[in-house]
Structure formats: C-alpha cells, structure tokens
Design a protein around this ligand. Structure first.
Ligand code: FES
Length: 106
C-alpha cells in the first residue's frame, strides 16, 4: 500500500508499506524524515507524532490510554488528529492514506 507523508513545509514523500506493519516501522524503513521514533515503538518517547485526518482517521483503532497520555510529551502542538504512529497497524484499506508530520519531534 502507499502512504503519503506531508511535511510541515508542504513537501511530500510517498512510501510503499506492508499491511500488518506499524506506520512508524514503515516510515523508519523508508527513511521518512520527521519520524524519530526514539523508543522503537514502546510508547515511551512521543517522537513518532503524526496527524491523520478524515477520512483516514476513521480507519484507525482508538488510541489506548497510554498513547493519549504520551502525546502530552510531544514537542509540537497536539491537535485532535494527533496520533503516535507506532500504535497504528497498517491495513489494506489504508492504501493512499495521508499522514501529516509536525514541524519537529524534539
Ligand atoms: Fe516512541 Fe512511538 S516510537 S512512542
């Protein structure tokens, strides 16, 4: 499936990813700048902050309480679309999903 990452400056990067992977892993494997993922997906760093809006947000499972708590530590402003992408499991229906990146992860 393809995923479109949109940087804060409006530039874009489209990557290919496998369903079943986390969105964070797919981004790191494809060298997406703007995803740091310092903790490797254990929900302790908040440097994998992304924003996913409609219609894609409806395909995501709701964040667990620990994800909501950890978002408080994100360095860029958190908005209703904010998620930690290590907690997003890719599915075939997410093909073409647009993911916005914050200005900074640190
Ligand atoms: Fe650290 Fe997602 S990679 S919280």
């Amino acid at each position: 499936i393809s995923i479109r990452f949109i940087n804060a400056d409006g530039s874009e990067q489209v990557i290919q990813a496998e369903p079943g992977q986390s969105l964070m892993k797919a981004a790191v494997d494809a060298n997406v700048h703007g995803i740091e993922a310092d903790c490797g997906g254990s929900l302790t760093c908040a440097t994998c902050h992304v924003m996913i809006g409609a219609p894609w947000a409806a395909m995501l499972t709701a964040p667990v309480p620990d994800e909501v708590d950890m978002l408080d530590f994100a360095s860029s402003p958190v908005v209703p679309e904010s998620r930690l992408c290590c907690q997003i499991r890719l599915t075939p229906s997410m093909d073409g999903m647009e993911v916005r990146l914050p200005a900074s992860q640190h």
